[in-house]
Design a protein around this ligand. Structure first.
Ligand code: FVH
Length: 293
């Protein structure tokens, strides 16, 4: 049998939750010597059996090798794990979901202590890790030299997309996409609520809904073009006046079906405000202006 660890850089991982464990397995499988630490030590045991070295505490884990990847619950848990740890000379890669502000503060924290910092936002769920065809990837931002130095090892669990030197940008991209997903899931919940009590099998309805959402998602490119040009009427397909005229049908259908309109009404209210401001011939892009605080 050949030794697949030859030439593979060693790394450290703090955090063996569902995501950390999935990441760890891909690095071990690819032959990277891996040091792990987890607050609840029992979670290290299966990985130790698969070849990971287990550190007694975060300081020992950080000292063991580099780069040091963190995949913990949230920013507070990163604070707790790194309290009292000296990261000088290390490359820290934080895959813990953070806000852009938290990522920038973490970068400053690392810089003040002589460490280099890269932030990451994981656009995948654990079963997608190590499965390239699943389409998962990780946004990275921060120190470009750290990204370039460790790109190969970071590419083992999932594809990588570097989005700029601002350490807050990976988190911003991550949260922007998750926010859009929440809007989509809200729409999906409303759609299923409308049909649920009828003789329409949800399994028959699902492909229709998925196909429609996929077709409509192409509109994000027109929205981007309108934002960048400042012309919200450019290439408009279904203008704001038409959308507002159609809204009562959506709301009345919900009432007829015994479904709450609470997911729809905040968005309809923004459309109506924009129409009242005289933008009926434009696309719905102007809602973005109303959201700016
Ligand atoms: N799982 C997912 O679907 C999502 C997909 C997108 C990215 N997220 C983010 O990944 C981070 C880790 O998520 P996770 O799924 O691994 O989360 P858990 O399974 O809940 O594991 C949490 C780990 O964090 C440790 N931990 C919690 N609090 C502390 C603390 N105060 N000090 C040190 N470690 C802490 C926890 O340790 P333990 O409970 O086993 O002792 C786990 O290792 C996350 O940012 C997601 O948003 C995942």
């Amino acid at each position: 049998m050949t030794d697949n660890t030859v030439g593979k850089i060693p790394l450290t991982l703090l955090g063996l939750g569902a995501m950390g464990t999935a990441l760890a397995r891909t690095w071990l499988t690819a032959g990277h010597p891996l040091t792990v630490w987890n607050r609840t030590a029992a979670r290290c045991e299966p990985l130790a059996a698969e070849g990971a070295m287990v550190a007694a505490d975060p300081a020992e884990a950080v000292a063991a090798s580099g780069p040091v990847v963190l995949c913990l619950l949230d920013d507070d848990s990163v604070d707790e794990a790194l309290a009292g740890v000296d990261p000088a000379g290390k490359d820290l890669v934080n895959l813990t979901t953070s806000t852009p502000g938290q990522a920038r503060a973490r970068a400053a924290w690392a810089r003040e202590r002589g460490a280099r910092f890269l932030d990451g936002g994981i656009m995948a769920v654990p079963p997608m890790i190590g499965v390239p065809e699943a389409g998962g990837y990780v946004f990275y931002s921060g120190d470009r030299a750290v990204f370039d130095a460790h790109r190969d090892v970071l590419s083992v669990p999932a594809a990588t997309t570097y989005v700029g030197p601002d350490p807050g940008f990976a988190a911003l991209h991550d949260v922007a996409l998750l926010s859009a997903m929440n809007g989509m899931l809200a729409g999906v919940a409303h759609a299923f609520a409308l049909i649920r009590d009828e003789d329409i099998p949800p399994k028959d309805f699902a492909p229709l809904l998925a196909g429609w959402l996929a077709a409509m998602s192409a509109s994000v490119h027109r929205t981007a073009d309108q934002i960048q040009s400042g012309d919200y009427a450019k290439d408009v397909v279904s203008n704001l006046a038409m959308q507002v005229a159609g809204a009562p049908t959506l709301l009345r259908t919900a009432e007829e079906q015994g479904v709450s309109t609470e997911l729809l009404t905040p968005y309809v209210a923004l459309l109506e405000r924009r129409l009242a401001d005289g933008h009926g011939a434009e696309d719905t892009t102007g809602v973005i202006d109303l959201l700016a605080r």
